[in-house]
Design a protein around this ligand. Sequence first.
Ligand code: PLP
Length: 395
Amino acid sequence: MKKNSQEKILQIETELISIGNNPEQQFGFVSPPIYRGSTAIYPDVPTMKTIINSPLKLEYPNYGRFGTPSSHNYENSLAKLEGGFNTVLTGSGLSAITTAILTFLKTGDHILVSDSVYLPTRNFTHTLARFGIQVDYFNPRWGKEIKNLIKPNTRVCFLESPGSLTFEIQDIAKIAEISQKNNIITMIDNTWSTPMFFKPLELGIDISIHSGTKYLTGHADSFLGAIICNSKTYPEIRTQALQMGQFAAPEDVQLGLRGLRTLDVRLQRHQKSALTLAHWLESQPEIQEVLHPALPTSKDHHLWKKYFSGSSGLFGFHLKNQWSSDQINQMIHKLELFKLGHSWGGFESLVMISDPANFRTTSSFKEKGALLRLHIGLENVEDLKNDLRNALNSL
Ligand SMILES: *Cc1c(COP(=O)(O)O)cnc(C)c1O
């Protein structure tokens, strides 16, 4: 963490205000310009040759696809905030995931994947299978138990905590420790927590991946992916991303940098309102189970408490198993503030119906009622509660 001139450690809320900005290099303006461009002009042939021959292409002038002063500032900022060595930005969360996975695998290798990963991550393993890479899914509450699935050709272990839709938490430090011993690269989808609430590299995870589309930019108006790496994995990830033509668009990078300024205040509100509503839903007669790891009643609460310093605005709940899908659809249509939509992490509240039973292989959803996912936005929490109560009344 940065120190100020009196050598005091600055807290993250203070760091977020200026990290990645260089007013002295931008005519005094506090926010960076958008560097929109493909061509950047070299001053002379020797400079051009030096830069072309540099392996990671981080020098200027260069070529827009290799990054801009703003994208590199944003990459360094995210790495600093999360205790990484450096970051590689891509155009979306999913491209960050696929790039990171591909970097370390070849035909004949084996990858372990948590059963509750984001569905498009799971779908990508079909591509891996086409290239002769074996995939095994593991129980999303496992820790040391992954030992039983490790093979001599296991190269990557992919985690996501809390998991998509069902919010399970892996014993992350245990998995990191066992993987290190077996020479397995560990990567985690850390989108839910942001660097505010969880720093997986401190537990020995090699790579932390974010969909910057969610809280990091925070306004549902851009796409970004970030691969935060330790020093061991960074050069290989950067090389792979360059080979695949991955990059982040200049406007989206600027929105990512801008999002950092309000990340803390936005997440504090998301956290507080989501906890209020999760507690309240637990006591409502129509609800079977609330899936939120910061609730003391959650099966994942002990691991959440051990590893995470906060919780964000996304959680799920099962309704009791007694209503038809038509009745549940009607209930959802009664919601006025919660809009029906994909993605999350913006300012607005959202609702989704999900059916993980269709694709999960290690969990059973027998006896469970319909599963809904809520993203709690920045609206007034009493208004949101009334909206949910009004819709539940229709059941
Ligand atoms: C949305 C999401 C992604 C993918 O991000 P995009 O930017 O939409 O590609 C990855 N992981 C998780 C957990 C997500 O929710």
